[in-house]
Design a protein around this ligand. Structure first.
Ligand SMILES: [Zn+2]
Length: 340
């Protein structure tokens, strides 16, 4: 069950398998399957035949049996108990190894992620037809789990209330609440920045979802053998030694190659080839080559124009390349939010 496709393929295969097998004499009368787990009551004396019939149908399909013990049988996350009147009652089943550790309250996840485990437990609490004792026991368990993970009583009460109300609504009316189409926006999760944006977007009817960022990859990324800055491509800055003018440019090749070209243009007086040369020659200024360097490493060529415009728009300095104005956009105002 490793790949995302596995459950789908298992379901396809199993429905085909079932269509065929149910024509057989020993196929159980009740057969409830969830992906690869089946609940099926079988008379003790027919158990061997049933298993043999199921296992003889396909070389790669092997069923194993889990029998009830003292009238109890765990199935998925439920504990089924056979009552005296031969009907079933339901409880929640947790593996003996379950630790009830979820995302703790002091963790830096956003609220929705912290609530998720409790929402799912609350949903199950109100949707599995449990008897009073099992219901009370499970509710108590949810409260305990919240406490163990550092949550206040109010946190879990609020979640339980949401699900109780939903259940109440379902039971008192057949009308469905009107569903508006929800529009979502995906943003990375930086609480200080995304929370205010979230509130603004919410007023516009947009719901923010967070990208799950591959933090470990992000962390490790910088540890990979670092390319010396001169060998990178991106946005570079060349200052003048005699005045505050700077040149901001982009290159998709190694920045040291591009800087060499500018220098050659200056040395050879080719003002048409380089705004840096034009500045140096027309003002009779000396270029500060020592301070000329890459200011933003850009790996994707498609992002070069955007980054160049960003740096030029945000620059407070006088630019040598003022004559070829950058792309301006009111969106650049937003970029000031960026954490540098
Ligand atoms: Zn100058």
């Amino acid at each position: 069950m490793g790949s995302k496709l596995s459950p789908l393929l298992a379901n396809l295969f199993m429905s085909d398998f079932e269509d065929d097998a149910q024509k057989e004499k020993y196929f159980p009368r009740v057969w409830k399957r969830y992906v690869d787990d089946v609940f099926a009551p079988v008379k003790e004396r027919y158990l061997d035949q049933t298993l043999e019939m199921l296992n003889s149908r396909h070389s790669s399909i092997k069923f194993t049996v889990e029998r009830e013990e003292n009238g109890k049988l765990p199935f998925l996350d439920l504990l089924l108990t056979r009552k005296e009147d031969r009907t079933l009652k339901f409880g929640i089943y947790r593996k003996p190894t379950s630790t009830d550790r979820y995302i703790t309250s002091d963790s830096n996840h956003f609220g929705g992620q912290k609530q998720a485990a409790f929402h799912s437990m609350a949903h199950r609490l109100y949707n599995i037809p449990m008897e009073n004792a099992e219901f009370a026991e499970e509710k108590e368990h949810i409260h305990k789990a919240a406490e163990v993970n550092g949550y206040e009583e109010g946190f879990v009460n609020k979640i339980l209330q949401t699900h109780r109300r939903k259940q109440h609504r379902r039971m008192s009316t057949t009308l469905q609440p009107e569903r508006e189409e929800i529009k979502r926006v995906s943003l990375p999760f930086y609480p200080k920045i995304t929370n205010p944006i979230k509130a603004t977007l919410k007023r516009q009817g947009l719901q923010v979802v967070h990208k799950s960022e591959n933090t470990l990859r992000d962390l490790l990324y910088n540890l990979k053998d670092k390319v010396p800055p001169d060998d990178n491509s991106g946005i570079y800055r060349i200052p003048c030694q005699n005045c505050p003018s700077v040149y901001i440019g982009q290159t998709r090749r190694k920045v040291k190659v591009r800087l060499k070209e500018h220098k050659a243009a200056v040395d050879n007086g080719k003002i048409s080839e380089s705004s840096v040369a034009a500045h140096a020659i027309s003002c009779d200024h000396v270029i500060n080559w020592k301070e000329a360097k890459l200011i933003k490493n850009v790996r994707k060529a498609s992002q070069l124009n955007a980054w160049e415009s960003y740096f030029i728009s945000n620059s407070q300095e006088r630019l040598m390349n003022e004559d070829d104005p950058p792309v301006t956009s009111c969106l650049f105002g937003l970029t000031k939010l960026r954490v540098q």
